[in-house]
Design a binder for this molecule. Structure first.
Ligand code: ATP
Ligand code: MG
Length: 357
């Protein structure tokens, strides 16, 4: 029997609620499959840990995670702790040392869910966004000088390396090649940013030559937002920098119906350390503890994790269970305009798994 060790980390806000729902669904999925087991180890890192210990996770936190096959992560962020402390102290402190440089975000309009784009139905919006996850605008490099004075200067430096751009381009072209349409859009802003983005474009063209069967085009990020709304069916796979993809993927999540259904994977494609799977949404303190967080984003995240572990049959079974549940508006949580609770949606997905063939 195949066996996988999973590090699960609820984190803050609704994180623990959706992660415990995700663990339940994954256990139901493994039980239904019968070919593998999942062994979860829970980590209590996050804002509560910070209040007790002054750090979001232990100094050797990333190293503690290295022995696992995957990490299932909830959310970080708390109203009383600055965002840069929580984000850099936990999420990025895991992603960077474990070299999870490809952030992958599928977007699709699931059955039963109404896109705010009224002209769009399922097959017309089926994208996957690849976000560069290790450098670029979020390098953390920069500083402030002359604080408070009229001459104050602040600077964030966007760093792009040839090796960093090559590896994300290669990942994106390979992913596009694996999808039926073999179509990739490289998002850029080389008209206004004259150094890093120009190199980004050059490397895209170089890597494209390795993938003659992939059709690709290049689009400025501002024009891309318009295209996503007006001509969604013209898009399949997207690759963009850390900042651009951050923004485009919130737009994509909204166009697919709700932030509460959007999944993401922080992938280490070389597989020399574990990848991390998380819903796109944050800690959502406005609904924490109310039992109404939508667990679908976490379930879809779990599908991505099963695929990455090499369990595609189980991944497909879980995705079908999710789609059966979203198809029923009575099982929509309030973010989708429905009456259902986290518990009801979780039970329905587990039940659909038990009945699945
Ligand atoms: P963070 O700073 O951690 O990103 P945030 O305050 O930006 O948190 P998000 O978690 O990103 O908030 O959520 C934005 C909005 O979407 C909130 O109103 C939240 O309630 C809603 N939301 C996010 N995730 C879910 C979910 N899983 N189910 C229902 N509503 C959600
Ligand atoms: Mg947010």
């Amino acid at each position: 029997m195949r066996s996988y060790r999973i590090a699960s980390m609820g984190g803050d806000g609704i994180g623990p609620e959706v992660i415990s729902a995700g663990v339940e669904a994954l256990k139901a999925c493994a039980a239904r499959d019968g070919g593998f087991t999942l062994n979860f180890t829970d980590f209590d890192w996050g804002s509560d840990y910070y209040r007790k210990h002054g750090v979001m996770m232990p100094a050797d936190g990333a190293d503690q995670l290295r022995g696992y096959d995957a990490i299932l992560f909830g959310a970080v962020g708390a109203p009383d702790i600055p965002d840069h402390v929580t984000l850099w102290g936990l999420r990025l402190a895991i992603c960077q040392p474990l070299d999870q440089y490809a952030n992958v975000r599928p977007t699709r309009v699931l059955p039963g869910i109404v896109s705010p784009l009224r002209h769009v139905s399922g097959p017309e919006l089926d994208w996957v966004i690849v976000r560069e996850n290790s450098e670029g605008e979020y390098s953390g490099i920069g500083g402030r000088a002359h604080r408070g004075l009229p001459i104050e200067v602040a600077q964030d430096v966007s760093i792009m390396t040839r090796a960093g751009v090559q590896r994300i381009m290669r990942y994106a072209f390979r992913l596009a090649q694996s999808r039926p349409r073999k179509l990739l859009t490289v998002v850029t802003k080389s008209n206004a940013q004259r150094h890093a983005m120009v190199m980004w474009d050059e490397i895209a063209a170089e890597i494209a030559a390795e993938f003659p069967d992939v059709t690709w085009d290049k689009m400025l990020v501002d024009a891309m937002t318009m295209r996503m709304v007006i001509k969604p069916a013209s898009i399949d796979t997207i690759v963009a920098t850390n900042l651009h993809a951050d923004i485009l993927s919130d737009l994509a999540a909204a166009l697919a119906g709700s932030l509460g259904i959007a999944p993401t994977a922080n992938i280490n494609p070389e597989r020399d350390s574990p990848s991390m799977f998380e819903p796109i949404h944050g800690s959502a303190f406005d609904i924490t503890g109310k039992g109404i967080a939508n667990p679908i984003a976490t379930f879809w995240t779990a599908v991505m994790m099963l695929d990455h572990l090499g369990e595609p049959a189980a991944a497909q079974r879980l995705m079908r269970a999710i789609e059966q549940v979203t198809a029923n508006p009575a099982l929509h949580t309030p973010d989708l305009g429905g009456p259902a609770t986290t518990r009801q949606v979780t039970d329905a997905v587990c039940e659909a798994l038990r009945k699945a063939n």
